[in-house]
Design a protein around this ligand. Structure first.
Ligand code: GLU
Length: 508
C-alpha cells in the first residue's frame, strides 16, 4: 500500500469559510488516521478572483485550529512549490501533450464571438448552449480549421485557449467513497477550457496535474466539486494516469436546513461563518470564532460533527481522539445543518474542562487592572459553570471585584417587603459576629437565622444575594461571602440597603 497523501487545496479568492475549514479538518484527520501526509496547496490560477491577504488568512486560520500541514507553502516538502502560480511553467507541457494526442485542441473564438453564438442559440430556444462535440465543428478551433490556418494563427500570436476534447456519448463511471457509484454521460459535459489565453491553466488542468505530481491518493473535498469530478476522471484517462479515490463531503446547511451556508451569510444569522475575523478592503468586518472567544478545540470538535459521527454517544473529542475515531465511512451523504446552540454548548464544555489556573491566565488578558492570581483562580472556580466564554466570567461575576451598582428589579418587585430591611439588618449583625468567617460557618448561622425567624430559603436568600451581588442568581452565597471577606460583606450590606429601599419605594 502506498502512503496516503491528501491535500487541502483552497483558492485565495476570499477568507476561508467554516465549510472550508471542515474540508481541511477531514483531510487532516484522514491523513493522520492512516499515518499519511496532509498537504496544503494554494490554487491561485484564477488571477481575476485573487483577493489580497487571503492566503495568509487561510494558513493562519488552520494554524489556530491546530491543523498543521506536513507539506505546504510555509513548510516546504519534496513536491513543491505548493502555490500554483509558482508552478505556472509546468502546466503547458502537459496540455500540449494532450493537443498532440488530439485529446485537446486550440480554440481561437473570441469572447464576443462566443457570446453571439450563445445569444443566437437562446433565440432559437436553446438556453444552455455549450462548446461541445457537436458545436465545435462550426467554431474556430484546431479541429475545424485547416492545419495551415491553425499554424498561421499561432505564428501571428492570435490569442487562443486550449479545450479538452470530450468524447461523444461515453459513459463515465467512478466510485465516490461517500456517495457511491456516480455515472454520467459525456454528452452532458462541455469542452472545458484547460489553458487560458493569459498563459495560466484553469483550475481543472492545474488540479489534476498537481494531484498527479504530488501523488495524491485521496481527493476529499466539498460536494460542490462533484459536478467537476467526471471531467477530472476523463482528464486522468486522457493523460493515462491512475486516478485518486474521490470523497465528496456533504454540504453545510443553514440552521433551518434552507440552503447552503454561504460566505455571504456572514454574521447575518447571529453566528460567525469564518474561523477568524476578516476585514474587507471596503472596511467591512466579518467576525470569526477566534475573536468571539471560542477555543480552537471547541470549534474543531463542533466542525467534526458537521457531517461525521463516531457511532457512539461520545461527543467531546480532542484532535487526537478525532484522529483515532475518524473514518470516511462514517461521513454522511445528507447536508449537515449548522447548529449555533450546539456550537456554544461545545465551547461551554471545553471551558469547564479547563483548570481554574488555566482560566485565570486566560482571564488576565481581559483585565485592565492588576489582580492577584489566587484571587482570579477563586473567581474562575466560582463562576466557571455559569460562563460560556472566558470573558463571561468577568461580566457574570463582576460583583466579585466591585460593589454592584445595578440591582435586579424583578427580585425587588417579587421578594422585597416592608420588613426586609429589618430582617437583613439583623442578619448582618449575626454575620458580623461570626468568628471564623468561612462558608461552613456562614451557612450554619444562616440556617439557624432562618429557623429563628421562621423564614424559607426562597423568601430570604434572594434578598441577601441582591444586597451583596445585585443579581437574581449565582453560585453559593456562602462561598461568595467567604471570597469577599467579612468586612466587605458587612460594608456592602450597609451601603446597598439604602439604594434598594429607595428602589423599592419608587417601584411601589
Ligand atoms: N481550489 C478548489 C477550491 O477552491 C479546490 C477543489 C478541490 O479540492 O479539488 O475549493
Amino acid at each position: 500500500m502506498s502512503t496516503v497523501r491528501v491535500r487541502f487545496a483552497p483558492s485565495p479568492t476570499g477568507p476561508l469559510h467554516i465549510g472550508g475549514v471542515r474540508t481541511a479538518l477531514y483531510n487532516y484527520l484522514f491523513a493522520k488516521k492512516n499515518k499519511g501526509v496532509f498537504i496544503i496547496r494554494i490554487e491561485d490560477t484564477d488571477q481575476t478572483r485573487f483577493v489580497e491577504g487571503t492566503q495568509n488568512y487561510i494558513l493562519d486560520a488552520l494554524k489556530w485550529c491546530g491543523i498543521r500541514p506536513d507539506e505546504g507553502p510555509n513548510v516546504g516538502g519534496n513536491y513543491g512549490p505548493y502555490v500554483q502560480s509558482e508552478r505556472k511553467d509546468l502546466y503547458r507541457q502537459y496540455v500540449e501533450q494532450l493537443v498532440k494526442e488530439e485529446k485537446a485542441y486550440y480554440a481561437f473564438d473570441t469572447e464576443d464571438e462566443l457570446n453571439d453564438v450563445r445569444e443566437k442559440a437562446k433565440q432559437m430556444g436553446m438556453p444552455n448552449w455549450q462548446y461541445n462535440s457537436v458545436t465545435r465543428t462550426t467554431l474556430k478551433n484546431s479541429l475545424s480549421l485547416s492545419q495551415d490556418d491553425v499554424q498561421k494563427k499561432l505564428s501571428l500570436g492570435e490569442p487562443y485557449v486550449i479545450r479538452i476534447k470530450i468524447p461523444r456519448n461515453k459513459e463515465i463511471r467512478f466510485e465516490d467513497k461517500i456517495r457511491g457509484w456516480v455515472v454520467v454521460n459525456s454528452n452532458n459535459i462541455d469542452d472545458k477550457v484547460l489553458f487560458k489565453s493569459d498563459g495560466m491553466p484553469t483550475y481543472h488542468l492545474a488540479n489534476i496535474v498537481d494531484d498527479h505530481l504530488m501523488e495524491i491518493t485521496h481527493v476529499i473535498r466539498g460536494e460542490e466539486w462533484l459536478p467537476s469530478a467526471p471531467l477530472h476522471v476523463l482528464l486522468y484517462e486522457a493523460f493515462g494516469w491512475d486516478r485518486p479515490e474521490f470523497a465528496h463531503l456533504p454540504l453545510l446547511l443553514r440552521p433551518d436546513g434552507n440552503g447552503k451556508l454561504s460566505k455571504r451569510d456572514g454574521d447575518r444569522l447571529g453566528f460567525p461563518v469564518f474561523p477568524c475575523n476578516w476585514h474587507t478592503k471596503e472596511g467591512e468586518l466579518y467576525s470569526g470564532y477566534r475573536e468571539n472567544g471560542y477555543f480552537p478545540e471547541a470549534f474543531i470538535n463542533m466542525l467534526a460533527f458537521l457531517g461525521w459521527n463516531p457511532g457512539t454517544k461520545q461527543e467531546l473529542f480532542s484532535l487526537e481522539e478525532l484522529v483515532d475515531s475518524f473514518s470516511l465511512e462514517r461521513v454522511g451523504k445528507a447536508g449537515a445543518k449548522f447548529d449555533a446552540d450546539k456550537t456554544k454548548w461545545f465551547q461551554q464544555q471545553y471551558l469547564r474542562k479547563k483548570t481554574n489556573e488555566e482560566l485565570a491566565d486566560l482571564l488576565s488578558q481581559y483585565l485592565n487592572e492588576n489582580i492577584e492570581k489566587s484571587k482570579l483562580i477563586s473567581i474562575c472556580s466560582l463562576i466557571k459553570e455559569r460562563a460560556t466564554f472566558v470573558k463571561d466570567i468577568l461580566t457574570e461575576g463582576d460583583y466579585l471585584l466591585k460593589n454592584p451598582v445595578v440591582f435586579d428589579e424583578q427580585v425587588i418587585q417579587k421578594k422585597w417587603t416592608e420588613q426586609s430591611s429589618v430582617l437583613l439588618n439583623e442578619w448582618k449583625d449575626k454575620l458580623n459576629s461570626i468568628n471564623e468567617f468561612n462558608s461552613n460557618e456562614i451557612e450554619k448561622n444562616f440556617k439557624s437565622f432562618l429557623e429563628e425567624k421562621q423564614l424559607s430559603i426562597g423568601q430570604f436568600l434572594p434578598l441577601f444575594r441582591l444586597l451583596i451581588t445585585g443579581k437574581p442568581s449565582g453560585p453559593s452565597m456562602f462561598e461568595i461571602c467567604t471570597f469577599l471577606g467579612q468586612i466587605e460583606c458587612i460594608e456592602r450590606m450597609e451601603n446597598n440597603m439604602k439604594t434598594i429601599t429607595t428602589l423599592f419605594a419608587n417601584i411601589n
